[in-house]
Ligand binder design. Structure first.
Ligand code: AMP
Ligand code: MG
Length: 315
């Protein structure tokens, strides 16, 4: 994606005025605001209709700037050196002297931090004097946005500006790892756990219990296209779209393929685009084939399970 400096300057100006804008990242688009400003952070919650007890991820340019706000440790340094910038989010302890808005943390003493890889957003972060609070740019509980068009369709004129950055190259949210004590995964995502384990040289558990406490948004309906979803479907019913992992030689307008040859990374990248496409085409529900439960397949299954809890009465 070509870097357009006047777009980045426009984004900077709005952010310095404590406005909210959408920014591209390699995982999904983010809804960004000055993480030191209560007013900007309030706007993010309002736009997303996000419950106030669900904290926001904060995006930094580098470790030097992060150190002003958070305590770091050896595990963090190892993972930072290997994977950052990239699709990994760390839960760290906030410093007492941190200027991070209390609106973000909901008075908690921890912060979720990330260093996005997308070159346009990195350029923006570099020239800003504050980090960016940026949860995914979608209304709370719905499918994340992987293009600027997705963001515009979800928010229309409510959002002041969308910084164009093409399609997100990973297309699924970051992996969240809590590094405060014994490392634990809080959310599966764009970086496989095996890569993290290799660098830390220890096995890491997936902590659903702590997720329930610290990330309330994760447990309810999430990532939903606004349609019922049926998992592990071997056949389909009338009016349903069929989402398959591998391309088949059939010419049916209700069949959608996550990948050409069953590649799970490619499938994760296409997941949200296809969920949005199926919704737009007017199907009344989605049947999904069994997705292999390994590597990125685990992340896909995590998202589909949460999306399948959709119930028209709850939204
Ligand atoms: P999103 O806002 O869509 O980018 O997702 C970010 C996820 O990180 C949300 O589910 C939050 O609940 C979670 N999160 C943010 N801050 C923290 C924190 N301090 N501790 C645990 N989880 C967090
Ligand atoms: Mg989200």
């Amino acid at each position: 994606m070509k870097m357009n400096l006047s777009n980045i300057k426009k984004a900077k100006k709005l952010l310095c005025n404590r406005e909210c804008i959408a920014i591209p990242t390699e995982t999904v688009y983010g809804l960004a605001g000055n993480a030191y400003s209560d007013r900007a952070c309030e706007k993010i919650y309002k736009l997303k209709k996000r419950p106030k007890n669900n904290p926001l991820i904060v995006h930094y340019f580098n470790i030097l700037r992060l150190k002003k706000d958070c305590h770091i440790n050896n595990d963090f340094i190892k993972l930072y050196k290997k994977f950052c910038p990239g699709p990994i989010t760390f839960i760290l302890d906030l410093k007492k002297s941190s200027k991070i808005s209390k609106i973000i943390t909901n008075k908690k003493s921890t912060l979720a931090v990330r260093f996005p890889q997308h070159s346009i957003t990195r350029k923006l972060l570099k020239i800003l004097e504050f980090p960016l609070a940026a949860p995914s740019a979608n209304p709370s509980s719905r499918v994340s946005a992987v293009t600027s068009t997705d963001v515009k369709e979800d928010f229309g004129k409510k959002i002041k500006y969308v910084l164009e950055g093409g399609k997100s190259s990973i297309g699924i949210e970051s992996t969240i790892v809590d590094l405060r004590k014994k490392p634990q995964i809080l959310r599966l995502g764009g970086l496989n756990i095996s890569n993290i384990q290799k660098i830390l040289r220890k096995k890491i558990s997936i902590n659903n219990k702590s997720l329930k406490i610290s990330s309330p948004g994760q447990f309810k309906v999430h990532y939903s296209p606004g349609l019922p979803i049926r998992l592990n479907a071997k056949k389909i019913y009338k009016g349903e779209a069929y989402l398959l992992i591998r391309k088949k030689k059939v010419n049916k307008s209700n069949y959608f393929f996550l990948s050409k040859k069953g590649n799970l990374k490619e499938a994760a990248k296409n997941l949200y685009t296809l969920l949005r496409k199926i919704k737009k085409k007017g199907f009344n529900s989605i049947a999904v084939c069994k997705i292999p439960h390994r590597g990125y397949g685990k992340t896909i299954n995590d998202r589909l399970l949460r999306a399948s809890r959709y119930n028209e009465k709850t939204t």
